[in-house]
Write a protein that binds this ligand. Structure first.
Ligand SMILES: NC(=O)c1ccc[n+]([C@@H]2O[C@H](COP(=O)([O-])OP(=O)(O)OC[C@H]3O[C@@H](n4cnc5c(N)ncnc54)[C@H](O)[C@@H]3O)[C@@H](O)[C@H]2O)c1
Length: 350
């Protein structure tokens, strides 16, 4: 696979490959949803190319680049030197107004991205660019098409959920999945589950909100470029958990630099139960952002490899609905989980 964007998410992902790659038994794999998926172990995932624009990452071995500033996620393991040197890609809209003092653009020449993907035999391109990098994400989707690679869009940019891109990948006979990866311990999933539970028990929820604060570069980029769209998408998604109308706000993000890559999600729920007696709930979920994407990414990459081997093309719905917040069609959690398990079972041939 080829990594596009060697930021915090890529760092946790690459560290996870080394952490789990040497483990053989399920009981040694705390924190991973599945050690084997469709016959594939994490050690079967190989990063063969990586692209970035930051001078502290470009030209460096991937094992060093993942720990370079401004990455600020946890160091989980030592990563031995790899054969992968981070290449420079075009900047396009990769740097926003708020992040221009944090990202240092490398002066090294850009490589031919599609040719590099081909030369390294990459089969799957994973887009981990900043969420505001709309043009850059689309540009890399185009390069994946030229190189004959499947495309995984972990960012909230609409690629898989845009029918035009779905058609392009279908015509090219390549798989496409996205958009916006679901976290393993996701605030939106938790919020919806709590609301569903309360309403199932007869509680009339009247008001609820979910607010996030984080300190990664991505939180700063979100604040500038994608906060509004994220708020609309998440609020709509949370509203579906209640069978009646309530005041719902979800997905507002703010940036607190000293939090580093930590994220605090605050949930407030107010409602009425038996004889309209009031109840309220005030919760905080504290996570580190980047490792929260690791387990889902492991599942997605292995499932996309199965799709490639089966010569499936266009948007792969069972993967997109299971692992992404904004797939082409929203699917209830339980249905998406089942469809994914069925997809793996039906398409896996040992
Ligand atoms: N738990 C999670 O962290 C999580 C969950 C779901 C989705 N995502 C998405 O994953 C993406 C990455 O998140 P992150 O925290 O790693 O962000 P980050 O800001 O730490 O990393 C982005 C990387 O992209 C690089 N970059 C910028 N423009 C580029 C370009 N034109 N070409 C190549 N590289 C470029 C930056 O230098 C940086 O290294 C975001 O879109 C985020 O919304 C993350």
């Amino acid at each position: 696979m080829a990594l596009v964007g060697v930021g915090n998410c890529a760092s946790a992902f690459v560290q996870g490959l080394h952490y789990y790659g040497i483990r053989e038994k399920e009981e040694q794999c705390i924190g991973l949803r599945s050690l084997f998926l469709g016959g594939f172990h994490p050690k079967d995932i190989q990063v063969v190319a990586a692209f970035d624009i930051d001078s502290r990452k470009v030209g460096k071995n991937l094992s060093e680049a993942i720990f370079a500033s401004p990455n600020n996620t946890l160091k989980l393991v030592d990563v031995p030197r790899t054969d992968v040197i981070v290449h420079k890609g075009p900047v396009l809209d990769g740097v926003g107004e708020y992040t221009k003092n944090i990202v240092r653009v490398s002066s090294l020449p850009e490589v031919n991205v599609a040719a590099t993907m081909k030369e390294t035999d990459a089969e799957i391109v994973v887009d981990l660019l900043p969420s505001g990098a709309v043009n850059a994400s689309q540009w890399y989707a185009e390069e994946a098409l030229s190189a004959g690679c499947a495309f995984v869009n972990a960012t909230p940019v609409f690629v898989a959920s845009n029918p035009a891109w779905g058609k392009r990948f279908e015509e090219a006979e390549l798989p496409l999945v996205g958009d916006d990866l679901i976290d393993q311990v996701g605030a939106t999933t938790l919020h919806k589950t709590l609301l569903k539970l309360l309403s199932m028990h007869g509680v009339r929820v009247t008001e609820t909100y979910q607010l996030d604060v984080g300190g990664g570069t991505e939180s700063l980029d979100t604040l500038e470029r994608t906060r509004d769209v994220k708020r609309i998408v998440k609020t709509k998604s949370v509203e579906t958990a209640l069978p009646y109308k309530a005041d719902v706000v979800a997905g507002s993000t703010d940036y607190v630099d000293f939090l580093q890559n930590k994220r605090d999600s605050y949930f407030w729920i107010k409602g009425l139960y038996f004889c309209k007696v009031p109840m309220q709930m005030d919760l905080r979920l504290s996570t580190v952002d980047a490792p929260n994407a690791g387990s889902t990414l492991f599942d997605v990459i292995r499932a996309v490899k199965i799709a490639l081997d089966k010569k499936l093309k266009g948007v792969i719905m069972p993967i997109s609905a299971y692992a992404f917040k904004h797939p082409p069609q929203l699917t209830p959690l339980a249905t998406a989980e089942k469809a994914f398990a069925d997809f793996i079972r039906e398409n896996y041939t040992s």
